[in-house]
Write a protein that binds this ligand. Sequence first.
Ligand code: HEM
Length: 311
Amino acid sequence: MMFSIKCSGTDGQAEEARTLVREVTEIFGQFNISDIIWLFKNVDLQGFRRRFMDINKRYDSLLEKIISNREMVRKEKKKNGRRINGDVDDDEEDFMTAATVTTAMAAEWALAELINNRNVLEKAQGEIDQVVGKSRLIQESDLPNLPYLQAIIKENFRLHPPIPMLARKSIEDCQIGKYTIPEGSLLFVNRWSIGRDPKVWNNPMKFNPERFLKPKESDGPGINIDVKGFNYQLLPFGTGRRGCPGINLAMQELPTTLAAMIQCFNWKVVNPEGVEMKGNDLVDMSERPGLTACRAHDLVCVPVARCSPMS
Ligand code: HEM
């Protein structure tokens, strides 16, 4: 979508983009001694700098290739098309990572949760059938009429925030509660833990979208909780000036994509060994470490059509 190209296939470029995004999110989540201990700041003890330079070079050349192709197409259409800056800049790389892997990952976790919680899946499908029907595909304008789907998205963000840690650096000494934070400190907010904290959420390990539909505090903070950065229990997009600028796009494309996937299909799962899972088998929900909370194993599913609104 960012580059107006299809990246869903398994051709060289799509695969290369997926591998690179995966490597970036993996390396950013690693603990680099040189970042933390001043004495080692110029030493690449763990080889991260070397790996990072290599990823950066490959990232640059992939984006440069995509951008040049786009330029050629544009030049053909409009003879005076010209790119002002020949180099791929860091913002382009940031956007490529920030805008793609987060939304894809959230959709993957949400689908896995729905497969493991059939009652939730059926309720969501029932809501979509009632509001949208089976003769047309769900679209963005339907979203305000699908409160259960919205609750599923929030519940999924609570348990699986695509970016589990927020990072900030204090620009001056300050006091937060009983803690004194010296100037220049790196601060991490672990949103993954907050989402699973029994002091904040009742029965936190249960995937229970209903908690976001209840006005009472019986299952946690309830219906008034949103993801826009004002409710600190749920901050999937961060908050403040450095909060995610893609929130509006993500909150349209993620629920629409997920809803279309469950409107049109039921999903049979194949386990990491390649064997199709039986009725009551659960999808493995382990995570792997990294900047993003990725699934340890890709979710491999077989779609089984339940309606064909496109036909
Ligand atoms: C489910 C989807 C997404 C999630 C969960 C997500 C989450 C986040 C989070 C947690 C941050 C850090 C915020 C902070 O430190 O307070 C962030 C930053 C960012 N996001 Fe997203 N994001 C998503 C989709 C997108 C999309 C679609 C775009 C672009 C179209 C985007 C672009 C960015 C950029 C450029 C930043 C860096 C902002 C800065 O440093 O000032 N994100 N995102």
